[in-house]
Ligand binder design. Sequence first.
Ligand code: G1P
Length: 295
Amino acid sequence: MSKPTLSKVVVPAAGLGTRFLPFSKVVPKEMLPIVDKPAVQYIAEEAVAAGAKQMLLVTSRNKESMEDHFDMAFELEAVLRGRKKESELEMLSKLSKLIEVASVRQQQPLGLGHAVLCAKPWVGDEPIGVMLPDDLLEAPTPCMRSLWECFARFGHSMGVVALMEVPWEKTHQYGIVSAERVEEGVVRIRSIVEKPPSNPPSNLAVIGRYMLPPTLFGELEKTGRGAGGEIQLTDALARMVDAPGLLGYLFKGRRFDTGDKLGFLEANVAYALKRPELRAPFLAYLRQLLETEST
Ligand code: G1P
């Protein structure tokens, strides 16, 4: 039998993006640029680094530009060819071959669990990666790849979610777990709760990357409305804690919440500083800015 690989990732991107109005009135918030690439492209690149071949965008109205972004732009490429803009052409050609993109509409805003359930016919009987596009994760080994490796090492049946410690006062914004250590960097989750209003079981939060067996869909179908009146992915995961089991991978890297204004600005600064051509002049600008702002 051939070795199973991660093939499909699901990216729930149907949200209205109200925190980014007026920008998000017409343009999906997943298209916000981090330096010069839209946020959703970083997600696709992380998926590819984990071995994924196909990405399903779960979308809603006015989100077509996300699909256009990954498609071939025939006219644009013809113009670039005419102008002999070779490097831009190569960049666009790589982008349209990066990953096979499909989309499905989430017709009602019934929550993250419902969005993932919309992917069921596309996924079939395969394990899936779920990647929330607001979470931009930076690490030497891309997070989704680490989740896949953990999922494979523990036998392809237990789910694996990425976890990170968050400040206690922010636990009400996340899925929070209680867990026991299995080995360096991996825990077995004993309970998981969505956005606990008080008494969180820990400050270990789920950070938007999941590697799940196809049994997830059966659990989602049994899940009723939870926090915020929505069908929560976290509640379906809670049903998997005893069987088949749920592991936590402790993410060691930097996380940016690009769905939040401050997180979006921080991501732009951090990713600009990673660009060799921008680093020196941008650092000089930041230093000068700090000086003038602190006087
Ligand atoms: C979602 C999940 C939550 C998770 C968070 C990570 O919440 O429901 O469990 O901790 O993403 O970013 P949202 O941020 O969409 O409200």
